[in-house]
Each structure stands twice: as C-alpha cells, then as structure tokens.
Design a protein around this ligand. Structure first.
Ligand code: ZN
Length: 497
C-alpha cells in the first residue's frame, strides 16, 4: 500500500466528479429542455461510478493501513491523506439504508416543498420535513458529536464548527445589528435605490460586469462566464472555472454584484495550489471560507466608496445618459441601502444575518428535539417580528421561502453568515498587511489584494481546517466585532448617523 495508490483513487474520483459538474453546468446554461431525462440518467451513472470508486475494498485497505505507509509521505501528501481519511470516515459511517432513505425523502420533499410554497400551505410540506429531521437526527447520532447533535450536521459544511462556538458570536452579531437598525431607523427614508431600477440594456450589463471581474483578477484563460437562472460558480479543475450570472434589465445589481460574488468564489478555486489538483484537498476549505471569498469582493471591496470612486465614471460611460443626474455618492448610498425585509435572498448586507439567525435557531432546536416541525410557522413569524420587525403575511413569504430544508441541507445556513464574519476579519488583516490598500482600490489596482488572498487563503485548498486558516491569517479566533465595526462605518457614510 502507498500514497501512489491513494492518488489513483483520488484522481479517478476527481475526474468523475468533474464530469458530473460539466454535465450539471451544461444543464443550467445550454442544454435544451428536452434533454432533462437523459441527463438525469447520465448523472446517475457517473454518481454510482463515483460511489464505487470511493467505497471499494481497495480503498478500505488503504485507509486501514495508512499507519504503515504515511511515514513515507511528504508534508503535502500527509495533509491530503488526512483530509481524505476525514471525509472517508464520515462517508462509511453512514449505513446504505440511511443514505438511500435520505435521497428518497429529499426527492419527495423537494416536490412537496414546491407545491406547499405555491399554495402557501406549510402543512403540505410538514410530514416530509418531519421525516427529513428524523433522518438528520439519526445521521447525527451515527456520525457522533461531543455536546450538541447539530454539531454533526454543521461539520459537513463547516468542519469542526460547533453550537458552543457559534452561539455567543451570533448573539453578539444579533445585538450589534439590532442596535444599528435602531440607530438608522429615523433616517431610513433618506436613502433611495430607485436609480438601480432604471433601464440597463442586457448586453451592456454583461459586458460591463465581465470587464469588472477581469479587472479584479478573475483569469479568463482558465475560466469563462455564461448566463443561468441562478448565478453559480463551478470548478472542473484549477485550470477551468466557470461562472454564471443573470441579467434583469430593470435591476443593475443582479448581474454586476452576482458576477462579482461568483468571481470571488472563482478566484478562490483558481488560486488553489495546483499540487492539490485531483486530490481530496483541491476544493475550498469550507462553505464559510468559500463565502468569505465571494463576500470579500462583493461587500468589502465592491460596495466601498473607494471602489466606486474608481468604478462610477466607468459605469456611467457603459450606460450613456442613464446616470447623468446621479452623483457618485448617491449611487454609493443606493447600493448600500439597509431595509428590513421578509426575504433572505433579497435582503441587504446588514439584515441578512438576522435571517440566518432565525434559521440557525430553528434548525438547532429541531435537531436537539426541543422544538417540533409543526411549530415552525409560528416560531418563524415570532422570530422575524422580534429580530427584523416584519411579519410574513403567509408561509410562502415566510418559512417556505428557502429550498435548503427540502433537500436535507440542515446545517448549511450558518455558513453564509460565517462567510461575512470571516471576510470582515480578513479585511482587517489585509489592511494591516497592505496599509495603502484602500488607495489601491481607489486607483483600480487589485493585484495585491488578489495575491494576498491567494497566498494566505487560496493556496492551501482544503488541506487546512477553516479555524486553522482564520487563526493563521488574522491571529484571532472567530468574532463578529470586525463585521459590526464595518457595517457601522458604512452606515455612517450612507445614513449620516
Ligand atoms: Zn456564494
């Protein structure tokens, strides 16, 4: 047994996963409608080959004998092996009947969720969500945890993250955010985003957004941009990263900020050291670290006043006549408007986290068994009122708005907020490392920023745990303080508080 044998397994697994990603990407971008059924078959075949590759007896032998051959590995190889064994151990713990049951339940639950949302009737989704929660609780018991069963589910998206770590940080975030909303409430009508809803022709939007992400440093020799219903980033290799965005002619944000966000993910994937290519460590370190990269570019950079002092003249030139009567400062205010709303996806940078806290608390209590699925609509509405001061008029606009629970993605939501907190901490560290970074942004110079992120975060892929990366890069452990300081500073510029 040797590393070379494991390398062959990982290469085959990576190739099959990439082939599936290409088929998925094609389905979302170019595939004609009629291709759906055949595509599902193709993906199922690849998925079973992938499963066979990772669960064969040869792989079990390799993992069982790892103590005998790991001494011959280099430091890099050792980290890759550790990552592989970590993933493998979780996968083989789960019995086949549970995995099958979860897949079947997810398929039914997604269908039920769609119907429930259409009818705005939670009771249509409730029995399948009850089954989903029951299966997730069983999964947590099998995988194991130290203090809270939800930890076992968080671990899928944010390795080693726990309820114990998250709870005080989210508490600090909630208090700071609610206090800020309170402070700006008197001035809330002073900012309008009407200018973002003028007519922006589609061709000019995609051309402009593409130029911007090129300037930020997304490498078009190893990537490309296409259109899809929902923006995403997918990676076939460090040398081939695909971004998508969507265009709404009456909303300037959708295409531009969507593409900047996805380019943040894409630059992360392009920045992973090629020595991890085709191994278990080739992806980003976690969902949270991944979101920190997209949100870093989207919020820390592309919503900053420095960025728009460089970008605004270019934007005006790209849409002749459309923004002649709008000052750069008013434009900056429009893209940083803060308004508590019902919908997570459409919410602003500040109130977004309150939507996440609502979901986190509900998931945590469902998995702990201290709350029942039947209580969700009422608990949801009560939490929305307490945190955001708004109450959904129906379930469709309330607890049925997100797809995540229908596919069993319990434990996913906290990653979005973790991404914001990590991004703010990274921005603090970067300003210390590159003292004139804000001036560089003002001049449209982004190379030093991208290189800093590449060297400090991208390079190691998932060969380090998220907490290790954050501590190494920022010298501190997870905190909401940087994020809260940033949104307050931004709100001062926008609302004059
Ligand atoms: Zn993202």
């Amino acid at each position: 047994m040797s590393y070379a044998q494991l390398q062959r397994v990982m290469r085959r697994s990576a190739d099959l996963a990439s082939a599936s990603s290409i088929l998925n990407w094609d389905q979302e971008t170019y595939m004609p409608e009629g291709g759906v059924a055949a595509r599902a078959e193709q993906l199922a075949t690849l998925s079973s080959l992938h499963h066979e590759t990772l669960t064969g007896s040869d792989v079990q032998l390799l993992v069982d004998s790892v103590g005998d051959w790991i001494a011959d590995c280099s430091e890099t190889e050792r980290r890759i092996v550790e990552k592989f064994v970590r993933d493998y151990t979780r996968t083989v713990k789960l019995p086949a009947d549970l995995v099958e049951d979860q897949a079947r339940t997810a398929a039914l639950a997604q269908d039920a969720w769609k119907r429930a949302r259409q009818a705005s009737d939670f009771s249509l989704f409730q029995p399948l969500l009850e089954r989903t929660v029951e299966l997730k609780r069983r999964e947590a018991d099998i995988v194991g945890y130290d203090s809270h069963p939800y930890d076992a589910l968080l671990d899928v998206f944010e390795p080693r993250m726990t309820v114990e770590t998250l709870t005080p940080v989210f508490e600090e975030l909630r208090e700071g955010t609610v206090a800020l909303l309170d402070d700006i409430s008197a001035a809330s009508n002073s900012v309008s985003d009407d200018v973002l809803h003028r007519h922006y022709p589609a061709n000019a939007q995609i051309a402009f957004a593409t130029d911007v992400v090129k300037a930020l440093g997304f490498d078009f020799t190893c990537g490309r941009v296409d259109l899809s219903a929902h923006p995403f980033c997918t990676t076939f290799d460090v040398t081939d990263v695909r971004l998508t965005t969507r265009i709404r002619e009456n909303d300037l944000r959708s295409c531009l900020f969507g593409l900047i966000h996805e380019a943040g993910h894409g630059m992360y994937e392009q920045g992973v050291n090629p020595r991890y290519s085709g191994t278990a460590a080739a992806q980003g370190a976690s969902m949270g670290i991944h979101e920190s990269q997209s949100l870093f570019w989207e919020n820390s950079i592309a919503r900053s006043p420095e960025f728009w002092s460089w970008c605004y003249p270019r934007l005006r030139a790209a849409f002749p006549g459309v923004l002649d009567d709008v000052s750069g400062h008013d434009f900056f205010k429009a893209i940083n408007r803060i308004v508590p709303s019902l919908n997570r996806v459409e919410s602003d940078e500040v109130t977004y986290n309150l939507h996440i806290i609502v979901r986190f608390e509900i998931e945590r209590d469902l998995i702990a068994g201290t709350m029942s699925v039947a209580d969700i609509p009422h608990v949801w509405n009560a939490k929305m009122k307490a945190l955001l001061g708004v109450v959904p008029p129906n379930d469709a606009e309330g607890c049925l708005q997100d797809v995540h629970w229908s596919f069993g993605g319990i434990g996913y939501f906290p990653s979005y907020t973790l991404g914001k907190l990590y991004a703010a901490m990274e921005w603090t560290a970067m300003q210390e490392a590159i003292p004139d970074v804000r001036h560089q942004v003002e001049r449209g110079e982004f190379t030093a920023i991208r290189e800093w992120l590449r060297t400090n975060i991208h390079d190691v892929g998932s060969s380090e745990l998220p907490a290790t990366i954050i501590t190494r890069v920022t010298g501190r452990s997870l905190t909401a303080a940087d994020f809260l300081a940033n949104i307050r500073r931004r709100a001062q510029l926008v609302y004059g508080i």
